[in-house]
Write a protein that binds this ligand. Structure first.
Ligand SMILES: Cc1ncc(COP(=O)(O)O)c(C=O)c1O
Length: 399
């Protein structure tokens, strides 16, 4: 264990998180007040290096900003509190946070990951990580019996789940996966990007680490790339993650860390609005003549609904997908005809995005070719429906 002061312990809070709703904690970022100036917003520390004491020590706990940065303190403390964890690390991207979890293992270790998951990470696991020496098994994470069968006691060191999972929004039973992981001596890491620290508390359900592409809902404004990990306990594995961030330089910039905290202050109103809007769109699109299927765990007839209703609280998130009548060409034509929705990859911003997902995932993707992924923002839900309805009708020659 490092004897450096822990940033979460360093980050001051004027609020008593235990007595407050998470929305209040997020809005005030733990209520930090600058002790000297009384500013209610933390400063941006741009220093890349920190002064050594005359007796050759670093009593400030800071040495060099590739390892850590005072601008991280408040954002890490706030995120750890929102997730019910004890420590958090911000990273340069969601991918650097995610890959750190695997690089902290040993070549030869076995990991289990979902067949349906964020595409770039799945690619990395099947190429780089496999070459590096990890043994990777992909399973349908909605099937806990399949997960249990794929898990090798003593050999499996990490089970990775993403819930709800890109781009079909499969929901994995976190508590069930945690039981299987722990019985085999493995850790459970949850990519909770889509649940956004609001709708699911993976640590309370037994997960060991929560990962976020903070690029998405945590920031919420499509203007930075960032990642984060949160843990329940700062053990030796957590220390390896700290080292990997510093040694690989997977370090977030100061301005990005500051912007991320600013985005997190509005996390609750943004994602609650988006989730309400997504639920309404899912219901309306389910009855649309040009749509053959709506994939959204909030729909009562979704195969994911039962587990989602048990482990998600306050909503089912702002992500849904639709499968269009007429196959790939109709899906691409629909995306071409929207005006309010923006044709772009990514998710979790205040502006709604539409994407023909199979085009970006490419060969080998389990994503159906007629699928459009929708990231619902905070525009008026009726405007979003009307724009999509118009695009669907025009793409199908009904306008
Ligand atoms: C669920 C999920 N996990 C991880 C990532 C990777 O995050 P980043 O793009 O910040 O590296 C993404 C990005 O789209 C994502 O959607």
């Amino acid at each position: 264990m490092s004897d450096k002061p822990d940033p979460v312990a360093l980050a001051p809070a004027s609020l008593a998180p235990a007595s407050l709703a998470p929305a209040s904690i997020a809005a005030q970022a733990l209520g930090w007040i600058d002790p000297v100036t009384k500013a209610i917003v933390p400063p941006i520390h741009m220093a890349s290096t920190f002064l050594r004491d005359e007796d050759n020590q670093f009593r400030s706990g800071r040495v060099y900003a590739r390892a850590d940065n005072p601008t991280f303190d408040q954002v890490e403390a706030t995120l750890a509190t929102l997730e019910g964890g004890t420590r958090a690390f911000v990273f340069a991207s969601g991918m650097s946070a995610a890959t750190a979890c695997f690089l902290a293992l040993e070549p030869g270790d076995h990991v289990v990951a979902p067949k349906v998951m964020y595409w770039s990470l799945r690619n990395w696991l099947l190429t780089f990580a496999t070459k590096w020496g990890l043994k990777v098994t992909l399973v349908d994470m909605r099937d806990l019996a399949a997960l249990a069968a794929a898990t090798q006691p003593g050999k499996t060191k990490l089970i990775w789940i993403e819930t709800p999972a890109n781009p079909m929004w499969h929901v994995t039973d976190i508590a069930g996966a945690a039981t299987i992981a722990h019985a085999a001596g493995a850790r459970l890491v949850v990519d909770s990007t889509v649940a956004a620290s609001v709708f699911t508390r993976p640590l309370a359900l037994g997960a060991d680490i929560v990962m976020h592409a903070a690029t998405k809902y945590l920031n919420g404004h499509s203007d930075l790339i960032a990642g984060a990990l949160v843990t329940g306990k700062a053990d030796e594995y957590w220390e390896r993650l700290r080292l990997i961030r510093a040694q690989l330089g997977a370090t977030l910039g100061s301005f990005e860390a500051w912007l991320l905290l600013r985005g997190m202050r509005t996390l609750y109103p943004r994602v609650e609005w988006a989730a309400r809007s997504a639920a309404r769109l899912a219901e309306r699109l389910a009855g649309h003549p040009s749509v053959i299927e709506v994939l959204y765990p909030g729909l009562a007839n979704s195969p994911d609904h039962l587990v989602a209703a048990r482990q998600m609280t306050g909503g089912f998130g702002g992500m849904l997908s639709v499968r269009t009548r007429g196959g790939e060409a109709a899906a691409i034509a629909t995306a071409a005809k929207v005006a309010l929705w923006k044709r772009a990859t990514s998710l979790g911003g205040v502006e709604s995005l539409i994407e023909h997902r199979a085009s970006i995932e490419g060969q080998g993707s389990p994503c159906p070719v007629d699928l459009l992924r929708l990231s619902v923002g905070i525009e008026a839900p009726d405007d979003l429906f009307d724009d999509l309805d118009r695009a669907l009708r025009r793409a199908h020659g009904n306008a």
